[in-house]
Each structure stands twice: as structure tokens, then as C-alpha cells.
Write a protein that binds this ligand. Structure first.
Ligand code: GDP
Ligand code: MG
Length: 360
């Protein structure tokens, strides 16, 4: 069902004399209750190879809305709709709608599948006004996102749940793990982070900053060490300590792509041998890369059993249409959306909220 009950709860916490807001978003979806929470901690991550990122605790921050943050994709649609409404339906309408869908990186295949029936409906008189065409497009786009299960699985009992994060360098894996750890810790879950990005020491240090902030346990290896053993050790350590959730970071680059994919396969194989249950492999994709993200998703999905997508940087992207492309072309659900760099800027993906943000 698209309609879901959404409850927002704001809790104020005091941390070392600094006001920190914790924002909890509860979404009921059929039998499962999914909870995503974030805290208002701002992390400034330095991408340079040796620097350790600085963490800044900000004053109370409000969780972001997709409507505001996905403004670039939203204004792309808004200006097309405005011009179509102003002119009425004519031959240019279809070019304009197609161009908008392509600029949003929905992809040519899906754009054609969405627009062809509308064009036919205008021809046979069943759609008459620009508003009717726009409403029908909205229905068509909503229908593309209708069926996915977007819940994050935490169903292992008595052994740690393991969520692995994969994706190319710089997409936001480490930041996403930090945000999730904050959210899970805010709900009282115990978390361990395993620094499987052993490619450079700063990657582990960046993760460690988030571990300290969120109170998560932390396991790392030597720089250049075997990522699979770091993840394995993390899971074993979580099992020994009764920690509920292991978040496994991985490297996004190696000497070449096939090495990376082989390494990820090994990480998964070895993780499966540890005393936990790998129930999410989350592929992190940077929304600003648009259709490139789709190509990445294909490669990662071929190498690992990806269970869901985290689409980051939607705040800076006009290519939010990639959500539709990923789901329809690959059948992988978008589970979380990143809307900024601070800890509150990660929300559960809600298709109806997203489509509303584009059309209203
Ligand atoms: N604007 C924006 N920046 C993000 C988001 N997620 C991550 N980033 C930034 O992207 C950069 C790379 O993130 P990082 O987690 O180090 O990527 P990784 O290499 O995949 O681990 C950092 O500067 C992050 O702060 C997001 O949702 N929005
Ligand atoms: Mg990283």
C-alpha cells in the first residue's frame, strides 16, 4: 500500500550541555513497523586521504522534508508543468514532458512507457486538459513504485543482524552507516561498526568518529588488511557481546573493478560463515550521478545479493528520477534516501511522499 501512517516524534536530549534533537520517524507498513531515527549531529567529512574528519554537534535541527530537499528535481517538474498548463496540450507537450523525464534521469525506456499511453489517451479524447495529463502521469509514476518491500530487516534473534554497505567511492557509505547507527542507537539498539574499508586508514578513522558519536562498538583492521576478516571479526565480536546490529563498511575502490567485485563476494561469503545473519546488503548510490548510478547498481547487483538501495545526495540532485529507473529496471527497492550531510538527513523512502514532492 502506498498510504502509510507516519508519526513524527521529537525528543530532546542533553549531551554534554549541548542540545541535541532526536527525530524519530515511525512508519507502519502492513505487519511490520519500521523505525528510522536520526540525531542532529553534523559531521564534516574531509575527503582528503590523510585527514580525520571533524564532528560538529549542532544545535537542534529538524529532520528534513523530501519536498524541500529534493528541490532541484522538484523545480524541473514544476517548470515543465507550468508551461504545459499555460499553453494547453499541443505537439510540444510531449517533447517537453519527455525532456523533463530524461533530465530527471528516469531513462528513455520508462519515459516512453509512461508517456505513450497518455498520448494515446489524449488522441482518443479520454484525457483532455493539461491537468488531466499531469494527473495521469503522476498515477503512472506512482504505480511504478507501488509494490516494493522497503523494510530494513532486523529479524535475526539471538545472533547479530548484519547489514553490509557497498558502493563506489564517495557515494556516502560511511556517512550513511553513521546516520543509521545514530538512529538505531536512539531506539535503544546496540550497534557495532566494522571498518571493512581497509583501503586507507582515514576511512576507518572517519567511521570511528561516527562510532564514538553514536556509542557504537567499533572494529577495524590494519590499513591494506583483509576486509572480509574485519567484517568477520566484527560479527564475532558482536555475537560475543550480544550486540544486535553490525554495520559493515566496505571499500569502494581497488586496483580495478573486477578486484572490487571479487573482494565483495568474499566479504559476503566470509560474513555468512560468522555467527550472525546477513539480512541486508545495501547498495549506496549517489543521486547526482543519475544514470551512472544505474550502471553501478547493475554491476554490484551482479556481484552481491543487493537487498536495497540507499540513494544519497538527493538534496543536491535534479536527477531524482533515478529512483524510478532503479526500481523498474533492476527491481531493487530504494529503502533509504540521503538528504544532506548531517545525522538527521537520512529518511525512509516513501514513494507517495516523493511523488507528491515532484507534482505538488
Ligand atoms: N549533500 C549530501 N552529501 C552527502 C550525503 N551523504 C553523504 N554525503 C557526503 O558525501 C561525501 C562522501 O561520503 P562518504 O560517506 O565518505 O562516502 P563513501 O566513500 O561511500 O564512504 C561526504 O562529504 C559526505 O558528507 C547526502 O545525502 N547528501
Ligand atoms: Mg567510506
Amino acid at each position: 500500500m502506498l498510504a502509510s501512517a507516519t508519526t513524527n516524534i521529537a525528543i530532546a536530549l542533553g549531551t554534554s550541555g549541548v542540545g541535541v534533537a532526536i527525530f524519530v520517524v515511525l512508519r507502519s507498513r502492513s505487519k511490520r513497523t519500521r523505525v528510522v531515527a536520526s540525531t542532529a549531529v553534523e559531521t564534516v567529512v574531509d575527503e582528503s586521504p590523510i585527514a580525520v574528519p571533524e564532528v560538529v554537534v549542532s544545535e537542534v535541527t529538524v529532520a528534513p522534508s523530501v519536498r524541500e530537499k529534493a528541490g532541484r528535481t522538484r523545480s524541473l517538474f514544476a517548470s515543465a508543468f507550468q508551461s504545459i498548463r499555460g499553453r494547453g496540450i499541443d505537439s510540444a507537450t510531449w517533447d517537453e514532458l519527455e525532456e523533463t523525464l530524461l533530465l530527471a534521469d528516469i531513462g528513455i525506456g520508462l519515459a516512453t512507457r509512461l508517456l505513450d499511453p497518455l498520448r494515446a489517451a489524449v488522441k482518443d479524447g479520454s484525457l483532455r486538459s493539461p491537468d488531466e495529463v499531469i494527473a495521469a502521469l503522476r498515477d503512472g509514476m506512482t504505480a511504478q513504485l507501488a509494490t516494493s518491500d522497503r523494510s530494513l530487516h532486523l529479524d535475526a534473534v539471538g545472533s547479530p543482524n548484519v547489514w553490509l554497505f557497498v558502493g563506489v567511492n564517495g557515494v556516502g557509505k560511511t556517512t550513511t552507516i553513521g546516520k543509521i547507527a545514530m538512529a538505531q542507537a536512539a531506539q535503544g539498539r546496540t550497534v557495532l561498526m566494522a571498518a571493512g574499508d581497509t583501503f586507507r586508514a582515514a576511512a576507518a578513522e572517519q567511521l570511528q568518529v561516527w562510532a564514538e558519536r553514536s556509542g557504537a562498538a567499533f572494529v577495524r583492521g590494519a590499513e591494506g588488511g583483509d576486509p572480509a576478516s574485519v567484517i568477520f571479526d566484527g560479527i564475532q565480536s558482536a555475537a560475543a557481546k550480544g550486540i544486535q546490529l553490525v554495520l559493515g563498511d566496505t571499500a569502494g575502490r581497488l586496483q580495478n573493478k573486477s578486484n572490487l567485485m571479487e573482494e565483495l563476494k568474499k566479504v559476503r561469503r566470509v560474513a555468512d560463515k560468522a555467527e550472525g545473519v546477513v539480512n541486508e546488503v545495501l547498495l549506496v548510490i549517489d543521486a547526482t550521478t543519475g544514470q551512472n548510478g544505474l550502471a553501478q547498481a547493475r554491476e554490484f547487483a551482479a556481484a552481491t545479493d543487493v537487498t536495497g538501495i540507499v540513494l544519497t545526495k538527493l538534496d543536491g540532485s535534479a536527477k531524482g528520477g533515478i529512483v524510478f529507473a532503479i526500481e523498474t529496471e533492476l527491481g531493487i527497492p530504494v529503502k533509504l534516501v540521503g538528504l544532506g550531510e548531517t545525522a538527521v538527513d537520512l529518511i525512509a523512502f516513501d514513494p507517495s511522499e516523493f511523488v507528491s514532492a515532484l507534482f505538488e
